[in-house]
Design a binder for this molecule. Structure first.
Ligand code: G16
Length: 539
């Protein structure tokens, strides 16, 4: 490693003064103009991580659900998972190093992690459609090259596609081919095979309106559509040809505002869904004959998937432990339904798919979904092997195992994936002969509200118990407890966002009016006790 060259090169990607950076819920995220030095340094770090693991590492340039002016970056570990927590700390340290100290911090990380310098480094890069992403991707490439690493830049990809590519490359192609064609082929083949088993297959082509948040998901779904169109037709809305990324559209907008995205006209009972800006989240919705909007979020997706998997397992006759992982945002009704009606164990982790993913790996079959629509299902090696064996049988058991084999292939097991999840959902609905209205009717969500509060420094709020209790600032949790007591069937919590400069407030109660009012009162408590700035929260 030529330390002088790295120091010189770092000076061309100077750190803006006076700011502190933090590898958050999903990497670094902020205004795009502040990110150049971080991109260069994450290129360096990805090369270093690649040397240490002797594997391909991924770098995704995206700020997912954030506004178009923001951008971000996250590193993807060898099996397509999120970066290991100790390396998140290295990333934070490297991002905050003064320009002249970058080489020294790198040497320090190398020593700590026992990285062998002569080892080759290979990094794959993907980016979303933000105007800033191309240049920021160039800075990542420069970082990798400055460390003597090689790279392959896939250009525009959804985030889950990049996770998939990393996993394929590090498993010798066993997970799939590390190309877009390989991704489309794997998913479409599994989907077509699976839906052949639907009793009404071939009768009618199902149609879904897909709001693509004006993001990269539109491009990729358009490319893939001919492969599944014999069974499913998609009408793309907010496909990026005119609107702004994530503006008044996309999964985050629909979930948090509980209303349809701009540009999407819904006829009663029409089946609709929304992706977010990098297509790693999905939520479904429809409006009924009275014009009322019905949201089917990540919680109901987890219920649909886990009940389908349980039924298949019963037919296969194998006892595998299946668990569902949620976060504090999960609607109380969903947790109750999973535990009491479906008898499935439910675990709660901190927000961030990295936490849910790790917990889900503890089960033979782990289904994880955040209420915001970010999730997937994971199958242990032992399950995959057993199901493959059983799928060779020519009886009823074999048929169910074959279906399970297709389901396993249809899930993107590396990350939440809106395209893959949509195909899983559509396949399950077809196989079970369910409409979205019947799916929605499985249980009723408790009315809920999510709001954001601006404070001077959101890190004054710290939490415990999977973010359900505030530890600091003093008095905040007691204030929340007092407010919650005023409402029936109520619950509320606050946490600092790891992707936006805000504090998030969540409240649920027995009526929408109560949920709104509780969320508002808790916001005021945050504003007063945690250093609110700007306008006081309004109801
Ligand atoms: C990211 C994470 C999600 C998380 C979301 C919001 O999603 O991957 O796990 O739920 O941010 O996080 P926070 O509340 O900390 O801002 P995305 O789709 O933006 O990458």
């Amino acid at each position: 490693m030529d330390l002088d060259a790295i120091t010189k090169h770092s000076a061309l990607h100077a750190k803006p003064p006076g700011l502190t950076f933090h590898y958050g819920t999903a990497g670094f995220r902020m205004k795009a103009e502040l990110l150049d030095h971080i991109m260069f340094r994450m290129g360096l770090l990805a090369a270093l991580r690649s040397k240490q693991t002797n594997a391909t590492i991924g770098v995704m340039v995206t700020a997912s659900h954030n506004p178009e002016e923001d951008n971000g970056v996250k590193l993807v570990d060898p099996l397509g998972e999120m970066l290991a927590p100790t390396w998140e700390e290295h990333a934070t340290r490297l991002a905050n190093a003064e320009d002249g100290d970058v080489a020294r911090v790198l040497v320090d990380i190398m020593e700590k992690e026992a990285v062998e310098l002569p080892q080759d480094a290979f990094v794959v890069i993907g980016r979303d459609t933000r105007p800033s992403s191309e240049n920021l991707g160039q800075s990542v490439r420069e970082g990798v090259a400055a460390f003597g690493g090689q790279f392959h830049d896939y250009g525009l990809l959804t985030t889950p596609q990049l996770h998939y590519m990393v996993c394929c490359r590090n498993t010798g192609g066993r997970y799939g081919k590390a190309t877009l064609d390989g991704y489309y082929h794997k998913l479409a083949a599994a989907f077509l095979e699976l839906t052949k088993q639907a009793s009404c297959s071939g009768d009618e082509n199902v149609s879904v309106k897909v709001d693509c948040a004006n993001g990269v998901g539109a491009l990729k779904l358009k490319e893939m559509e001919p492969r599944f169109s014999p069974v499913l037709s998609v009408q793309l809305i907010n496909d990026g040809t005119k609107g702004k990324l994530n503006h008044l559209c996309g999964a985050d907008f629909v979930k948090s505002h509980q209303k349809p995205p701009q540009g999407l006209e819904m006829k009663p009972n029409e089946r609709c869904c929304s992706f977010d800006g990098d297509a790693d989240r999905i939520v479904y919705y429809y409006c009924d004959v009275d014009g009322a909007f019905h949201l089917i979020d990540g919680d109901k997706i987890a219920v649909l998937i886990s009940s389908f998997l349980k039924e298949l397992l019963l037919e296969v006759g194998e006892i595998f432990n299946i668990g569902v992982v949620q976060t504090a945002y999960a609607n109380g009704s969903s947790t109750r339904y999973l535990e009491e009606v479906m008898k499935v164990p439910v675990h709660c982790t901190k927000t961030g798919v990295k936490h849910l993913h790790h917990k889900a790996q503890e089960f033979d079959i782990g289904v994880y979904f955040e209420a915001n629509g970010h999730g997937t299902a994971l199958f242990s090696k032992a399950v995959e092997v057993k199901i493959k064996q059983l799928a060779k049988l020519e009886d009823k058991k074999g048929k169910a195992a074959k279906m399970l084999e297709n389901v396993i292939d249809l899930f993107n097991q590396t990350a939440g994936d809106a395209i893959s999840d949509m195909l899983v959902i559509e396949a399950i609905l077809a196989l079970k002969g369910l409409t979205v209205q019947q799916w929605d009717a499985l249980y009723s969500d408790l009315p809920n509200r999510q709001v954001k509060v601006k404070v001077a420094d959101r890190r004054v709020i710290s939490t415990t118990d999977a973010e359900r209790q505030a530890v600091t600032p003093p008095g905040l949790q007691a204030a929340i407890n007092n407010l919650v007591r005023k409402y029936r069937l109520s619950r509320a919590f606050v946490r600092p966002s790891g992707t936006e400069d805000v504090v998030r407030v969540y409240a649920e109660a027995d009526s929408q009016e109560s949920a709104d009012s509780l969320a508002h009162e808790v916001s005021l408590a945050v504003f007063e006790l945690a250093g609110g700035i700007g306008e006081r929260p309004q109801l």
